[in-house]
Design a protein around this ligand. Sequence first.
Ligand code: ADP
Length: 496
Amino acid sequence: MKNYILAIDQGTTSTRAIVFDAKGLSVGHDQVALQQYFPDDGWVEHDAEEIWQATLSTCRGALSNSHIDATQIAGIGISNQRETTIIWDRKTGKPMHKAIVWQDRRTADACQQFIADGLEPMVRAKTGLLLDPYFSATKIAWLLDNIHGARVKAEAGELAFGTVDSFLIWRLTAGKSHFTDATNASRTLLFNIHTQQWDAELLETFNIPIALLPEVKDCSDDFGLTQPSHFDAPIPIYGVAGDQQAATFGQSCFKPGMVKSTYGTGCFILMNTGAQVVDSANRLLSTVAYRLGGKVTYGLEGSIFVAGAAVQWLRDTVRLISDHSEAERLAMTVPDNGGVYLVPAFTGLGAPYWDPLARGAILGLTRDSGVAHIVRAALEAVCYQTKDLMDAMVADGASKPATLRVDGGMVTNDWLVQFLADILDVAVERTQLHEISALGVAYLAGLRAGVFASLTDIENLWQRQGCFAAKMDAQTRAHLYAGWCEAVQRITTVEQ
Ligand code: ADP
């Protein structure tokens, strides 16, 4: 019986592969760390060849660790770091350059120029995104302009562009498939999320030949068969989604108004907005949450740049704690934050403030303030920022969700999850599984393969590991949040 799914989770810092069974449970996995390259100030690159080798070896490792062979796999799902840009030669399959990673800021000036030229409203209306180096279009143009001869080759149809999903599909199928899915396409700045097509005006604006681009498919679709020599038997690729969308699917956020939030190094919040594109007045992103059977479900997305990274900073840079779990223990040793706020604007402030020049601060210190207050303030900050984003979503017309589904490394911290529920005044549900993005694409692939019959089938598999109800009184909540807003006001460089 083919009733297992092999899920690939190609992330920013590692490549993982997991075999899931028909109940959505992991039966074996493998993982390899990914080398980061920082060739210049603000530049971040990955070696696409290394990504491919890691994908192949972790897939083989996961199969062998789970004692499952390829003939038992009904399909492959791919979840990937989004926006990261790769260009390769169609004939040789060789990347023309290192991959430019989503974090890379080398095209900041180009984006500023487009904004100065008044293009942002058009780009925003079509793509739901902002004109920011984060997204792929200006990275593609940079590669075409900086690799010798690339533009001519691209015009002649000799080169292919892809986000990491496309590149992996190409390699897995030995060059037979040049596909992406609607969620990954929606992060390129070239894809019109209303028409679900590559957009001629956007291609012209960013000077990108259409010959480079992959065909865009549903998230649960036929992306081709793996080359027989990769595994013991050819396996169909049936599910693809960008990591945050995959997590939304893994959290079974299938109804409009449902929200998930992933707390890792940074934090990404995504709300299902159904068939409707919500045009945010607070510069949140409108995006494709998933597309099934040609039908698009849209999402509203906000991100916190520094979430777990603040805890890493406490441990590795200022050394106030020796391990992550100490953060929780220390936070509980004080009855409250003692008026101390930590605004972790290490790289500026994101939504809804959008202040790239702001920098972090610790405010409200007195002679009584100790390490525990500062550590507690770092954890509290993640929760206040979640409230900032959720309030922005509500201001954009979404209704306040009844619950928030959370996952990621930080949510092992019970204290943090309770404080989150208290500050949001929303019940917070924590899932059992850490690998929620991988599970999301396993579901997408399994839907196509018939391992899962329907979304209801998948919803029934969703399990929570805990539910944290809000316990804080309204007055305390308002007082604490007012303190946060005041702290943010003190460090912003733009008028809010
Ligand atoms: P990523 O996928 O972004 O690498 P993970 O989901 O693995 O991140 O989560 C790791 C992050 O969670 C780290 O930044 C770490 O500081 C944070 N973290 C892990 N355990 C705890 C804890 N008990 N309390 C607070 N933060 C934690």
